[in-house]
Design a protein around this ligand. Structure first.
Ligand SMILES: N[C@@H](CCC(=O)N[C@@H](CS)C(=O)NCC(=O)O)C(=O)O
Length: 204
Protein backbone atom coordinates (compact mmCIF):
# COMPACT_ATOMS: atom_id res chain seq x y z
CA UNK A 1 0.00 0.00 0.00
CA UNK A 2 1.27 3.49 -0.80
CA UNK A 3 0.10 6.86 0.52
CA UNK A 4 0.84 9.87 -1.67
CA UNK A 5 1.20 12.82 0.67
CA UNK A 6 2.42 16.38 1.06
CA UNK A 7 4.10 17.26 4.38
CA UNK A 8 1.57 18.59 6.89
CA UNK A 9 -1.23 18.66 4.31
CA UNK A 10 -4.62 16.98 4.74
CA UNK A 11 -2.91 13.75 3.69
CA UNK A 12 -1.44 13.66 7.20
CA UNK A 13 -4.90 12.59 8.44
CA UNK A 14 -4.85 9.23 6.62
CA UNK A 15 -1.16 8.95 7.50
CA UNK A 16 -2.07 9.17 11.21
CA UNK A 17 -4.99 6.76 10.74
CA UNK A 18 -2.72 4.21 8.99
CA UNK A 19 -0.35 4.42 11.96
CA UNK A 20 -3.21 3.90 14.40
CA UNK A 21 -4.35 0.69 12.68
CA UNK A 22 -0.78 -0.60 12.41
CA UNK A 23 -0.84 -0.79 8.60
CA UNK A 24 2.27 -1.32 6.54
CA UNK A 25 2.59 1.34 3.88
CA UNK A 26 5.05 3.33 1.83
CA UNK A 27 4.97 7.10 1.62
CA UNK A 28 5.64 9.06 -1.54
CA UNK A 29 5.63 12.79 -2.14
CA UNK A 30 4.15 13.19 -5.64
CA UNK A 31 4.92 15.78 -8.28
CA UNK A 32 1.33 17.05 -8.43
CA UNK A 33 1.77 18.50 -11.91
CA UNK A 34 3.20 15.36 -13.45
CA UNK A 35 1.15 13.43 -15.97
CA UNK A 36 2.02 10.27 -14.06
CA UNK A 37 0.32 11.56 -10.90
CA UNK A 38 -2.68 12.88 -12.84
CA UNK A 39 -3.17 9.37 -14.14
CA UNK A 40 -3.89 8.17 -10.60
CA UNK A 41 -5.46 11.36 -9.20
CA UNK A 42 -7.03 13.44 -11.97
CA UNK A 43 -7.54 16.51 -9.74
CA UNK A 44 -3.80 16.45 -8.89
CA UNK A 45 -4.17 16.68 -5.13
CA UNK A 46 -3.01 14.68 -2.13
CA UNK A 47 -3.93 12.32 -0.54
CA UNK A 48 -4.12 9.28 -2.76
CA UNK A 49 -3.97 5.78 -1.32
CA UNK A 50 -2.95 3.01 -3.70
CA UNK A 51 -3.82 -0.44 -2.39
CA UNK A 52 -1.74 -3.56 -2.92
CA UNK A 53 -4.15 -4.76 -5.62
CA UNK A 54 -3.51 -1.52 -7.54
CA UNK A 55 -6.84 0.14 -6.77
CA UNK A 56 -6.71 3.87 -6.20
CA UNK A 57 -8.56 5.69 -3.42
CA UNK A 58 -8.94 9.47 -3.30
CA UNK A 59 -10.65 12.09 -1.12
CA UNK A 60 -9.50 12.45 2.45
CA UNK A 61 -12.76 11.57 4.21
CA UNK A 62 -13.43 8.57 2.02
CA UNK A 63 -9.89 7.27 2.59
CA UNK A 64 -10.25 7.79 6.35
CA UNK A 65 -13.52 5.85 6.34
CA UNK A 66 -11.91 3.09 4.29
CA UNK A 67 -9.04 2.75 6.76
CA UNK A 68 -11.40 2.69 9.75
CA UNK A 69 -13.85 0.25 8.15
CA UNK A 70 -11.01 -2.06 7.09
CA UNK A 71 -9.84 -2.23 10.70
CA UNK A 72 -12.99 -2.36 12.86
CA UNK A 73 -10.93 -3.75 15.74
CA UNK A 74 -9.05 -0.43 15.94
CA UNK A 75 -12.16 1.56 16.97
CA UNK A 76 -10.93 4.62 15.06
CA UNK A 77 -14.24 4.68 13.17
CA UNK A 78 -16.10 4.95 16.46
CA UNK A 79 -18.10 2.36 18.40
CA UNK A 80 -20.69 2.00 15.62
CA UNK A 81 -23.86 3.27 17.27
CA UNK A 82 -25.75 5.90 15.26
CA UNK A 83 -25.05 8.73 17.71
CA UNK A 84 -21.28 8.16 17.71
CA UNK A 85 -21.25 7.84 13.93
CA UNK A 86 -23.21 11.07 13.67
CA UNK A 87 -20.69 12.90 15.86
CA UNK A 88 -17.69 11.63 13.89
CA UNK A 89 -19.40 12.45 10.57
CA UNK A 90 -20.38 15.88 11.83
CA UNK A 91 -16.75 16.71 12.61
CA UNK A 92 -15.50 15.20 9.36
CA UNK A 93 -18.03 17.30 7.42
CA UNK A 94 -17.14 20.48 9.24
CA UNK A 95 -13.41 19.98 8.92
CA UNK A 96 -13.49 19.14 5.23
CA UNK A 97 -16.22 21.50 3.99
CA UNK A 98 -15.70 24.48 6.25
CA UNK A 99 -12.35 24.54 8.01
CA UNK A 100 -10.14 22.95 5.33
CA UNK A 101 -11.68 24.97 2.50
CA UNK A 102 -11.46 28.26 4.38
CA UNK A 103 -7.68 27.89 4.63
CA UNK A 104 -7.38 27.67 0.84
CA UNK A 105 -7.69 31.44 0.35
CA UNK A 106 -5.03 31.98 3.04
CA UNK A 107 -2.51 29.75 1.27
CA UNK A 108 -3.49 30.29 -2.40
CA UNK A 109 -4.81 33.86 -2.85
CA UNK A 110 -4.32 33.94 -6.67
CA UNK A 111 -6.92 31.18 -6.95
CA UNK A 112 -9.52 33.50 -5.46
CA UNK A 113 -9.04 36.74 -7.39
CA UNK A 114 -8.33 37.21 -11.09
CA UNK A 115 -5.24 39.31 -11.91
CA UNK A 116 -4.90 40.43 -8.30
CA UNK A 117 -2.23 42.81 -7.03
CA UNK A 118 -0.34 42.56 -3.74
CA UNK A 119 -2.87 44.67 -1.86
CA UNK A 120 -5.76 42.53 -3.09
CA UNK A 121 -3.93 39.33 -2.21
CA UNK A 122 -3.31 40.68 1.30
CA UNK A 123 -7.02 41.42 1.66
CA UNK A 124 -8.03 37.97 0.43
CA UNK A 125 -5.58 36.47 2.94
CA UNK A 126 -7.00 38.62 5.73
CA UNK A 127 -10.56 37.60 4.82
CA UNK A 128 -9.50 33.94 5.03
CA UNK A 129 -7.90 34.51 8.43
CA UNK A 130 -11.09 36.12 9.69
CA UNK A 131 -13.17 33.25 8.37
CA UNK A 132 -10.89 30.63 9.95
CA UNK A 133 -10.89 32.47 13.31
CA UNK A 134 -14.70 32.40 13.36
CA UNK A 135 -14.77 28.67 12.61
CA UNK A 136 -12.12 27.93 15.24
CA UNK A 137 -14.25 29.74 17.81
CA UNK A 138 -17.02 27.18 17.19
CA UNK A 139 -14.55 24.29 17.44
CA UNK A 140 -13.25 25.62 20.73
CA UNK A 141 -16.78 25.66 22.14
CA UNK A 142 -17.49 22.14 20.89
CA UNK A 143 -14.29 20.81 22.47
CA UNK A 144 -15.07 22.19 25.94
CA UNK A 145 -15.02 19.31 28.44
CA UNK A 146 -14.10 16.77 25.74
CA UNK A 147 -11.03 14.60 25.40
CA UNK A 148 -11.39 14.04 21.66
CA UNK A 149 -13.85 15.34 19.07
CA UNK A 150 -16.23 12.41 19.32
CA UNK A 151 -15.64 10.64 22.61
CA UNK A 152 -12.89 9.38 24.85
CA UNK A 153 -10.82 7.70 22.13
CA UNK A 154 -9.14 9.26 19.12
CA UNK A 155 -11.02 8.66 15.88
CA UNK A 156 -10.57 9.47 12.20
CA UNK A 157 -12.25 12.83 12.93
CA UNK A 158 -9.36 13.65 15.27
CA UNK A 159 -6.74 12.72 12.69
CA UNK A 160 -8.31 15.25 10.32
CA UNK A 161 -9.14 17.98 12.87
CA UNK A 162 -5.64 17.90 14.36
CA UNK A 163 -4.08 18.14 10.91
CA UNK A 164 -6.15 21.15 9.86
CA UNK A 165 -5.90 22.95 13.22
CA UNK A 166 -2.11 23.08 12.69
CA UNK A 167 -2.50 25.15 9.53
CA UNK A 168 -3.52 28.29 11.42
CA UNK A 169 -0.34 28.33 13.50
CA UNK A 170 1.00 31.50 11.85
CA UNK A 171 -2.31 33.35 11.90
CA UNK A 172 -3.05 36.14 14.37
CA UNK A 173 -5.91 34.02 15.80
CA UNK A 174 -4.28 30.63 15.61
CA UNK A 175 -5.94 27.45 16.87
CA UNK A 176 -3.36 27.37 19.66
CA UNK A 177 -4.80 30.61 21.09
CA UNK A 178 -8.11 28.89 21.87
CA UNK A 179 -7.83 27.15 25.25
CA UNK A 180 -9.87 24.02 24.50
CA UNK A 181 -8.26 23.52 21.10
CA UNK A 182 -4.80 24.09 22.65
CA UNK A 183 -5.42 21.39 25.29
CA UNK A 184 -6.74 19.09 22.57
CA UNK A 185 -3.68 19.71 20.37
CA UNK A 186 -1.38 18.91 23.31
CA UNK A 187 -3.23 15.61 23.83
CA UNK A 188 -2.94 14.77 20.15
CA UNK A 189 0.75 15.72 20.07
CA UNK A 190 1.37 13.20 22.86
CA UNK A 191 -0.18 10.41 20.75
CA UNK A 192 2.44 8.00 19.31
CA UNK A 193 0.68 7.61 15.94
CA UNK A 194 0.58 11.37 15.54
CA UNK A 195 4.22 11.76 16.58
CA UNK A 196 5.31 9.07 14.14
CA UNK A 197 3.42 10.70 11.25
CA UNK A 198 4.89 14.11 12.02
CA UNK A 199 8.38 12.70 12.26
CA UNK A 200 8.09 10.84 8.94
CA UNK A 201 6.75 14.00 7.29
CA UNK A 202 9.65 16.03 8.68
CA UNK A 203 7.48 18.26 10.91
CA UNK A 204 8.04 19.51 14.43
N1 LIG B 1 -11.27 17.30 -1.42
C1 LIG B 1 -9.90 16.84 -1.44
C2 LIG B 1 -9.02 18.00 -1.06
C3 LIG B 1 -7.56 17.63 -1.14
C4 LIG B 1 -6.68 18.84 -1.01
O1 LIG B 1 -7.13 19.99 -0.90
N2 LIG B 1 -5.37 18.55 -1.01
C5 LIG B 1 -4.39 19.61 -0.93
C6 LIG B 1 -3.47 19.41 0.26
S1 LIG B 1 -4.36 19.65 1.79
C7 LIG B 1 -3.54 19.63 -2.17
O2 LIG B 1 -3.22 18.60 -2.71
N3 LIG B 1 -3.19 20.83 -2.59
C8 LIG B 1 -2.33 21.05 -3.70
C9 LIG B 1 -2.98 21.90 -4.74
O3 LIG B 1 -4.21 22.14 -4.64
O4 LIG B 1 -2.27 22.34 -5.63
C10 LIG B 1 -9.71 15.69 -0.45
O5 LIG B 1 -10.49 15.61 0.51
O6 LIG B 1 -8.84 14.84 -0.65
Amino acid sequence: MKLYYLPGACSMAPHIALNWVGAEFELEKPDLRSEQYRQINSVAQAPTLVLDDGSVLTQCNAILRFIADSHPESDIGGPGDPRSQYEINRWLSFVTSDLHRSHAAYFFQPRFIVNGNDDEYARVKQAAENLVAGLLRHCDTWLAGKTYTAGDKPSIADAYAFTVFRWSRNMASSAYGFPNIKAYMDRMLANPGVQQAMQREGLS
